[in-house]
Ligand binder design. Structure first.
Ligand code: XLS
Ligand code: NI
Ligand code: NI
Length: 442
């Protein structure tokens, strides 16, 4: 990857971010992330497949429910929408190549402003994706996934695919078609559906069964269209339990897996799991990754972290090594992401207003993941962790336990075994031992 700047350099004073090793005190260097370092037979770059989230890094302006923008971008000034979109894209590709992010992700409306005219929007998307194609070719940065924003516009206030008004649903379809065209044109590896307002604010005015059936139909027609147009990537559903709606239908991994299987979508769709969404659902992120992985539906992840003292999607950059080690253990055991990757769906804070802050944020996130990858690999290679867990289930590896797993024992046979063998021994779960192993290798 080589640094590319457009007509004008936006992040002056910051050059290529390099790996300098653990002892470096340079805040604009990696201490752990070494793209080509091989871990368990693959490079860090291949394991982690880091992506930049266009919306947080290049559209997010620091505003919150209590105040307007605090981030004033030099790429956001031109009055012509196409030129403004191109300036933003120049800034994005300059940033991604400087910080060594191999992928990016976008919503349609992140790339270029949309209007209320479907035809005009398609024209704008076509123009800006022509430009994106050039930028990708010049830089080597690739598209991890595209998506359509079906939650910000007023028309989607009652949902998109689950809107009680068919006319709104059709507009959602038009946007998804255009976003799929863009994703296919740019060689996107995946396409994401996050059901931003696909849920309800009140059950009193909601026919939940009908709405969920509409959502499934909508996903089917989108998938059929994309497959016919040659899309070979993975469709991803991003679970989230609430916010902005009171209840979102894609509540958590287990709920989405049930939905996909119920509606026959499980062969084309996988999950895009987000850390802060897991915690909003009352789960650890590790739990969500495990649920998806064991169903063979671990697709990709949105990396961020929440705040344990409050209950909304704060989308902070990940910094917790301990939690990520536990996550990476599951990801490594599942063999990695295949087409997915790690998208930094995270934003710098409202009061982080220096251009360098975006670099610190991504460097910190990438280093934390790289460190967690090294530690998780070390645990699997050198500790008793995997062996201890396997031995916990040893009674199912032979004799009556193995027969039970093979479906050879009925309920009466269980009773006879219990009667013949007396009271089981007390066996420790050794949780503290496992916890100590994690810390020992960090
Ligand atoms: C919001 C979601 C969103 C999706 C993409 O909470 O995380 O950013 O990742 O629509
Ligand atoms: Ni997300
Ligand atoms: Ni989110």
């Amino acid at each position: 990857m080589s640094i590319i700047t457009g007509d004008k350099e936006f992040f002056k004073g910051v050059g290529q971010i390099k790996f300098e090793g653990r002892d470096s005190k340079n805040p604009l260097a990696f201490r752990w992330y070494e793209a080509d370092r091989v871990v368990r037979g693959k490079s860090m770059k291949e394991w982690l497949r880091f992506a930049c989230a266009y919306w947080h890094s290049f559209n997010g302006d620091g505003s919150d429910p209590f105040g307007g923008r605090t981030h004033f971008f030099p790429w956001d000034t031109n009055s012509d929408p196409l030129q403004r979109a191109k300036d933003k894209m120049d800034a994005a590709f300059e940033f991604m190549t400087k910080v060594n992010l191999p992928y990016y992700c976008f919503h349609d409306v992140d790339l270029i402003d949309h209007t209320n005219d479907v035809v005009e929007n398609e024209k704008r998307m076509s123009q800006i994706t022509d430009y994106a194609k050039e930028k990708q070719a010049a830089s080597g940065v690739e598209l991890l996934w595209g998506t359509a924003n079906l939650f910000s516009h007023t028309r989607y206030m009652n949902g998109a695919a689950t809107n009680p008004d068919f006319h709104v649903l059709a507009h959602g379809g038009a946007q998804v078609k255009s976003a799929l065209d863009a994703t296919i044109k740019l060689g996107g590896a995946n396409y994401v559906f996050w059901g931003g307002r696909e849920g309800y604010m009140s059950l009193l005015n909601t026919n939940m069964k009908r709405e969920q059936e509409h959502l499934a139909k909508f996903l089917h027609v989108a998938k059929d269209y994309a497959r016919a147009a040659g899309f070979t990537g993975t469709f991803l559903i991003e679970p989230k339990p609430c916010e902005p709606t009171k209840h979102q239908y894609d509540y958590d991994a287990a709920t989405v897996i049930g939905f996909l299987e119920h509606f026959g979508l499980q062969n084309d769709f996988k999950l895009n799991l987000e850390v802060n969404h897991a915690t909003l659902a009352g789960h650890t992120f590790q739990h969500e990754v495990q649920v998806a992985a064991q169903a063979g539906l671990l697709g990709s992840m949105d990396a961020n972290r929440g705040d344990y003292q409050n209950g909304w999607d704060t989308d902070q950059f990940p910094t917790n090594v301990n939690e990520l080690v536990e996550t990476l253990l599951i990801i490594l055991e599942a063999g990695g992401f295949d087409k997915g990757g790690i998208n930094f769906d995270a934003k710098i804070r409202r009061n982080s207003t220096d251009p360098a802050d975006l670099f610190y944020a991504h460097i910190g996130g990438m280093d934390t993941f790289a460190r967690a990858l090294v530690v998780a690999d070390d645990i699997l290679e050198h500790s008793d962790f995997a062996k201890l867990r396997k031995e916990r289930y040893a009674s199912f590896d032979k004799g009556a336990g193995a027969d039970f797993e093979a479906g050879k024992l009925d309920l009466e046979a269980l009773r006879d075994y219990a009667a013949a063998n007396g009271e089981p021994a007390i066996i420790s779960g050794q949780q503290e031992l496992y916890e100590n192993i994690i810390n020992q290798y960090i």
